[in-house]
Design a protein around this ligand. Structure first.
Ligand SMILES: [Fe+2]
Ligand SMILES: [Fe+2]
Length: 205
């Protein structure tokens, strides 16, 4: 399997951030997760229109970390919650790159079925991401990080059992995630897809 940047990402996000004075302290916290085989697979997950999950999660992690550092909140929590908040297993956008991975990651496209609104990606991926984070990176988690992951889609989280963000890490994450996503959701249709109201059709076999 080849993990390299594809048409999804134009630039290596880590190279861009390396010149930032906060890079080294942030990288110390996240590097083992970033280098893990399972997290590296997120380079092949198309997340928003032209960005992978890998790039999106690094952006949210780094920006949340810097926000926490600047305003005196928990830097570690924000770095880890940002990195793992979209560590879901079922890709919501199909792509050629994804076919390099096991079929389980393309479940939505290999086994298409009609989903009820609350079963769609926008509502379910935070819970999927937490379950997957517990499976691979349990030692990095704590109660605040777990709540941040499952409520990052607030206000959609109100329709799940987790309801409201209940701590400062959660509030920072839901804010930074939206801030970083705004520029990549290039149309109203994208927003509906992101929220799980509509889902992308299968692109290929
Ligand atoms: Fe998300
Ligand atoms: Fe996100």
């Amino acid at each position: 399997m080849k993990y390299k940047y594809t048409s999804i990402d134009e630039k290596e996000i880590l190279d861009i951030y390396k010149s930032d004075p906060n890079f080294n302290s942030w990288f110390k916290i996240v590097k083992k997760i970033l280098h893990s085989t399972e997290f590296q697979k997120r380079r092949l997950f198309k997340h928003h229109e032209y960005e992978s999950v890998w790039t999106h999660c690094i952006k949210v992690s780094f920006e949340s970390y810097k926000f926490a550092k600047k305003y005196g909140y928990n830097e570690y929590n924000c770095a880890i919650a940002g990195l793992l908040h979209d560590f879901y297993t079922k890709a919501w956008q199909d792509s050629i790159e994804l076919t390099q991975l096991d079929d389980k990651y393309r479940d939505y496209f290999i086994h298409p079925r009609k989903l009820k609104l609350l079963e769609k990606h926008g509502f379910t991926h935070p819970i999927d991401a937490l379950d997957n984070s517990k499976k691979y990176f349990r030692n990095y988690l704590n109660k605040d990080i777990e709540n941040a992951i499952v409520t990052h889609m607030f206000p959609l989280s109100l329709f799940t059992k987790y309801k409201l963000p209940n701590n400062k890490t959660s509030l920072i994450l839901t804010y930074i995630d939206k801030k970083m996503s705004t520029g990549t959701l290039i149309s109203f249709k994208c927003i509906l897809k992101y929220a799980g109201i509509i889902i992308q059709e299968k692109e290929h076999n």
